[in-house]
Design a binder for this molecule. Structure first.
Ligand code: ADP
Length: 320
């Protein structure tokens, strides 16, 4: 393979830049030409494609966001859009494509693979909702941002003897709430995967207070059934203590990537380039039990997502 492309698509995540850098430099090292595609599939349709050299990916390793920009593209999703995107890649002589993005971006990658393009997908999303990898690029940074927020909120919650509900990202996957909740010593977490009993949570808060707890932190993934406002109101009414809602929102997407995210991005990107160089079939590249693992792209997309119930149950044990 002589010429490859790289794009970032869907929600941005810290570490995408580290992946772009590694794709470009590893591929150039093998003698391949690398083209950066701006604004994901949307930019691909518009032909926003330019060649990258070693220096064009300089000074980005430590930055959040993505130097290639990202976008959502409704146009691309149509059969005409997919055909046009594949045609655009052929016009530029691009035989292999590295797609850095989440579940939706991967579906787009599968469609392009069906059109004869070799596609390597890297898990670029803070959500950790892809089963083919233990961790996604950006998850560690996002969870550390949440953890930092919890520590700060704990100080002020204690001072005021208050309960704080922290809403974190995760429409379908509760991993940010789960990992931050365990590491941050939350009293309870609410996730989309497990139904929660608000009465039970209120009882838990009151029991904790009776034992001398000064504050309670409740972490709720955005997709966990009940609205965050309603949850906050209900807790305040039932526990009789001031309860505040903090929505962390896009804060969780930004920031300099952590060591784990930079190295996950770099190592998966390096493997993706090796696979393209070897003329492998389309793959999703992730990390399983500490090893970099490539899974057949369509197979990877169809793996059912598993939730770590043991870790979830541990949170209530630890907060008793
Ligand atoms: P993420 O990759 O972060 O999950 P999205 O779900 O928004 O983000 O997907 C990013 C883009 O991938 C979409 O805007 C669309 O262009 C493309 N995409 C998503 N789902 C499909 C699909 N089923 N078929 C083809 N392309 C898709």
């Amino acid at each position: 393979m002589k010429r490859i492309g790289v794009l970032t698509s869907g929600g941005d995540s810290p570490g995408m830049n580290a992946a772009i850098r590694a794709v470009a430099r590893c591929a150039i090292d093998k003698g391949m030409e690398v083209y950066g595609i701006q604004r994901g599939y949307e930019g691909l349709l518009d032909g926003e494609i330019r060649q990258l050299d070693r220096s064009s990916v300089g000074d980005i390793l430590h930055r959040g966001g993505t130097m290639l920009k990202t976008a959502r593209s409704e146009r691309f999703k149509t059969p005409e859009g997919i055909a046009r995107a594949a045609e655009m890649l052929r016009t530029f002589g691009i035989e292999g494509l590295v797609v850095i993005g989440g579940d939706g971006s991967m579906r787009g990658g599968v469609e392009l693979a069906r059109k004869g393009i070799t596609v390597m997908c890297l898990p670029g999303t803070i959500d950790n909702d892809l089963q083919y990898t233990d961790f996604t690029i950006g998850f560690d940074t996002a969870v550390n941002t949440v953890l930092d927020a919890i520590s700060k909120l704990r100080d002020t919650s204690s001072a005021h003897d208050r309960t704080t509900v922290v809403e974190v990202m995760g429409r379908h996957c509760g991993d940010i709430a789960l990992y931050a909740g365990l590491a941050g010593g939350a009293e309870a977490i609410l996730v989309p995967e497990v139904p929660s009993d608000v009465n039970e949570i209120c009882r838990h808060i009151i029991e904790g207070r009776n034992r001398g707890k000064l504050h309670s932190i409740i972490i709720k993934a955005e997709g966990a059934g009940i609205s965050s406002e309603e949850l906050t109101r209900t807790i305040e009414q039932k526990t009789g203590k001031e309860t505040r809602l903090v929505v962390l929102s896009y804060l969780q997407r930004g920031g300099s990537p952590t060591l784990r995210d930079r190295n996950l991005a770099t190592l998966t990107a390096a493997r993706a380039v090796d696979l393209l160089w070897e003329d492998s079939s389309s793959k999703a590249v992730g990390e399983i039990s500490g090893e970099i693992v490539a899974t057949d792209l369509e197979e990877a997309l169809n793996l059912p997502r598993e939730f770590d119930r043991e870790m979830y149950d541990l949170i209530s044990v630890l907060s008793k």
